[in-house]
Design a protein around this ligand. Structure first.
Ligand code: NDP
Length: 510
């Protein structure tokens, strides 16, 4: 298989390694490339230009059921579930190598499909390879516990795979979110049906070609494209699925959790956020400004952990907001393929309109718009571009302060002292992430410990590590991904008890 490519490549050249029927790119079910059962397809649009880029099979409930049946066989009969951990690990290391080998191609595919700048997709690809490598290494490391129990017995535990896993991922990190789901699940010996977002399935399909090239057993990994309420809902409802793992909006997460109740699937949810980035007056000013920008404008704010609320101490707030605004205005917004671009488009027309709705709500509710606040026109008019935006003069009741916008919109909240900072930061239904900027080490630790959030940073924003757990408190989700926690979430714990004195118990006398 060939690697490519030139910047701004023609989509048809870029996507040529994914099998098609006519012009429609196919799904990967039971080790074979397949059309949708009813032959339907969906046209994907370039978020930066609005131009069509590809046609992809639009999977049905029947397609999802076929994939579940294939994953069921690969798990119940094998061979994936009967392979040794060392053999699984060997294959997963090779996936990491292949992701790197085809790295440029995967990077360009995500920039084409999602619109995010090349500088971001380069990181995503490196992280994706690192994630497979981390879990390949972990596959042979899990260990159980032994217990000192009374009686002539030995009691111990082993970790075993859960079974067939349905995995539903969003459009904001198309390749990376797919990998975060697949790598730990496969390492632990599960079989998978992954449903990428209907908006961004292309890098997941290219990933499927890697599984095919490495001759993964049929049914171990299935990639089913199609709509959330169709393919995704089938995965959540179907009793042949043992675990459902979802990343996306809190509203959809709720519906998936209720759908999973039928057979009491194990559920992992990584949902939305409205994360506070708390800046104290004694922070390193330039560092804090820099990360305030990175926290909200990376990936155009379409990040679950985005630092969308700048919680800044009164005494420096005017100067701080002015510095953020000055730099926000200079952010180079444009087509992700332009190497100079720092911020790309919003994923779709629907999401663009949703963000515009929040811009209008902010103005209506009386927040002070200090920069951005509008869709970009001119050369960018064909795409879904919003100017980096800052709202000051907010209060805690405003929708722009309470709800996840998922766009490049920063809201400023001011505080007086440490208690006020904590109370402002925690006044949200979400609890995914948060950061504190201060040069007072003790204060940094005190405040971080009081934040009700699962992922926190001191004097930085956004770094994510394959080794460390990722997930939220409150309505930001259930469970953790990444690290050993993410591996454990794809395992069951079995207790094994051995009688060391093999003789009748004598409990019943007759
Ligand atoms: P969703 O949460 O609806 O989509 C995420 C994934 O879930 C997609 O694969 C989607 O499929 C699938 N899905 C949608 N409906 C169902 C369903 N009923 N059953 C099973 N799967 C389903 O996100 P949206 O794209 O609608 O975005 C809405 C908001 O959600 C955003 O504005 C943002 O606030 C939040 N969001 C949060 C993300 C995060 O990382 N925390 C990521 C994405 C969105 P399909 O794409 O085919 O509809």
């Amino acid at each position: 298989m060939e690697t490519l490519i030139k910047p701004g490549a023609d989509p048809q050249t870029l996507l040529k390694n994914v099998p098609r029927s006519g012009s429609t790119m196919l799904m990967y079910i039971d080790g074979k490339w397949a059309e949708a059962s009813d032959g339907a397809s969906r046209t994907l649009l370039d978020p930066a230009t609005g131009a069509p880029i590809a046609s992809v099979a639009e999977g049905t409930r029947d397609d999802a059921k076929r994939a579940i049946a294939a994953a069921r066989t690969a798990f119940d009969v094998g061979p994936w579930s009967t392979m040794t951990a060392a053999d699984r690990a060997r294959l997963l290391f090779r996936v990491a190598d292949k992701i790197e080998e085809y790295g440029r191609e995967l990077q360009y595919i995500d920039t084409l499909n999602n619109g995010k700048p090349l500088r971001e997709t380069e990181y995503d690809v490196a992280d994706a390879a690192g994630c497979f490598r981390y879990y390949a290494g972990l596959a042979t490391k899990p260990h159980g516990q032994t217990f000192d129990v009374p009686g002539p017995s030995q009691s111990f535990t082993v970790r075993e795979p859960i079974g067939v896993c349905g995995q539903i991922v969003p459009w904001n990190y198309p390749l990376l979110m797919a990998v975060w789901k697949l790598a730990p699940a496969l390492a632990a010996g599960n079989t998978c049906i992954l449903k990428p977002s209907e908006l961004t399935p292309l890098s997941a399909l290219r990933l499927a070609t890697i599984f095919e090239e490495l001759e993964f057993p049929a049914g171990a990994v299935n990639i089913v494209t199609g709509a959330g309420p169709v393919v995704g809902a089938e995965l959540a409802e179907n009793h042949g699925v043992d675990k459902i793992a979802f990343t996306g909006g809190t509203k959809t997460g709720r519906s998936i959790m209720s759908a999973a109740v039928g057979n009491l699937k194990k559920v992992t949810l990584e949902l939305g956020g409205k994360s506070p980035n708390v800046v104290f007056a004694d922070a390193d000013f330039d560092t804090a400004v820099d990360y305030a920008l990175f926290g909200i404008y990376a990936n155009a704010g379409q990040v679950c952990s985005a630092g969308s609320r700048l919680v800044v101490q009164d005494s420096i707030a005017d100067k701080f907001v002015a510095a953020v605004v000055e730099r926000a205005k200079k952010i180079r917004v444009g087509n992700g393929f332009d190497p100079k671009t720092e911020m790309g488009p919003i994923i779709s027309r629907g999401q663009l309109e949703r963000v515009e709705g929040y811009l209008a709500a902010g103005k209506d509710e009386g927040a002070r718009l200090v920069c951005g606040g509008e869709r970009l026109g001119g050369a960018l008019a064909g795409g879904n571009f919003i100017a980096p935006t800052v709202f000051d003069g907010t209060n805690r009741d405003m929708r722009i302060v309470r709800e996840e916008i998922f766009g490049p919109v920063l809201v400023v909240q001011r505080f007086k002292d440490e208690d006020d900072a904590v109370s402002t930061a925690n006044d949200t239904i979400y609890g995914l992430a948060g950061a504190v900027f201060t040069q007072d080490v003790a204060k940094a630790h005190r405040v971080i410990r009081r934040l009700r959030a699962g992922i926190t940073w001191i004097n930085t924003y956004h770094p994510t590590y394959n080794e460390a757990p990722w997930g939220g408190y409150k309505q930001s989700g259930i469970g953790r991904e990444l690290g050993t926690y993410g591996y454990d979430a794809y395992t069951e714990v079995k207790q094994i008890n051995v009688n060391l004195d093999v003789a009748p118990s004598g409990w019943f006398e007759g």
